[in-house]
Design a protein around this ligand. Structure first.
Ligand code: GTP
Length: 260
């Protein structure tokens, strides 16, 4: 039995986001001071859980929060991945808000791998959001390896060491090049902000996903960097095969960046 005082602490921080055929349960905001290049910057952190079982967060029940809490310890949530959003500034009301839909990259974001540009993009986009004064970083934890999962990404890396490019490696393993879905994140975004957003990305598919969902995405800010001999082929493949947009049209952007 969950104590009433525990329910009353949590219930104002839990919101239901109803989608067409499922529900996302959003928890937050939670104050999150972050060390960003030596400065303490305070974000508001939220996480969400897709409620696939109807009784997880019953809409009619008065004690929906209690019902949810009482199920938590048996759900084995650590075995799955829950996504996050870090919100900065007056995200709901500001005229100009920058957002980043960042797909998890265990190797790049956590270990600092130089085989991709993910760690750089994660860090840089947080700084861009703070410099802008308002925005949100969505950290999409079910997107590892463009949706193929960490174990499969390890296999894809082995194929890449034998000369296959990123796209070929995914295809040879029986996946599409990119199997990511942004619906859950967009539902959370729409819950947090209705006004137009500017998306930090080089990937037009992310812009399309937001526009298709009816989100008013007015602008795009590109984000290339941390180019080295380790990730040069990966970055070239993004432009040549995955449709990523270069910084300057008709220019081979990598030739303008010193390879270290
Ligand atoms: N399959 C596969 N996935 C990779 C590889 N290197 C990085 N990734 C994944 O690629 C994704 C990159 O995510 P993002 O940086 O958000 O997306 P993006 O499509 O590059 O678009 P933008 O960075 O927004 O321009 C992450 O899920 C990484 O785990 C790789 O060699 N193979």
């Amino acid at each position: 039995m969950i104590k009433p005082e525990i329910v009353s602490i949590l219930q104002n921080k839990i919101k239901r986001i109803t989608m067409n055929d499922s529900t996302n349960i959003l928890v937050g905001p939670i104050t999150l001071p972050v060390n960003l290049d030596g400065e303490t910057v305070t974000f508001k952190w939220y996480s969400w859980l897709k409620a696939t079982e109807e009784d997880l967060f019953p809409s009619e029940a008065q004690e929906a929060t209690a019902a949810l809490i009482s199920r938590l310890s048996s759900l084995n949530l650590a075995a799955g991945q829950q996504s996050s959003v870090l919100v900065y500034g007056d995200f709901e009301g500001s005229d100009e808000a920058l957002i980043r839909m960042h797909s998890i990259c265990h190797t790049g974001d956590i270990f600092g791998s130089k085989r991709c540009d993910c760690g750089f993009q994660l860090h840089q986009s947080m700084k861009m959001i703070v410099d802008n004064g308002s925005g949100a970083l969505f950290y999409l934890a079910n997107h590892e390896g463009r949706g193929i999962g960490l174990f499969s990404k390890a296999m894809a890396y082995i194929l890449q060491e034998e000369g296959y490019d990123t796209v070929e490696a995914n295809l040879e393993l029986g996946f599409a090049d990119d199997v990511r879905n942004y619906e859950d994140a967009i539902s959370v975004l729409q819950h947090l902000r209705q006004k137009p957003v500017t998306l930090i990305t080089n990937n037009p598919k992310k812009m399309d996903a937001l526009k298709t969902a009816g989100m008013n995405t007015v602008k795009r800010v590109p984000l290339w960097g941390d180019v080295s001999s380790f990730n040069e082929k990966y970055l070239r493949t993004k432009v040549a095969r995955s449709g990523h947009l270069e910084v300057v049209k008709d220019t081979d952007f990598l030739e303008n960046i010193k390879i270290v």
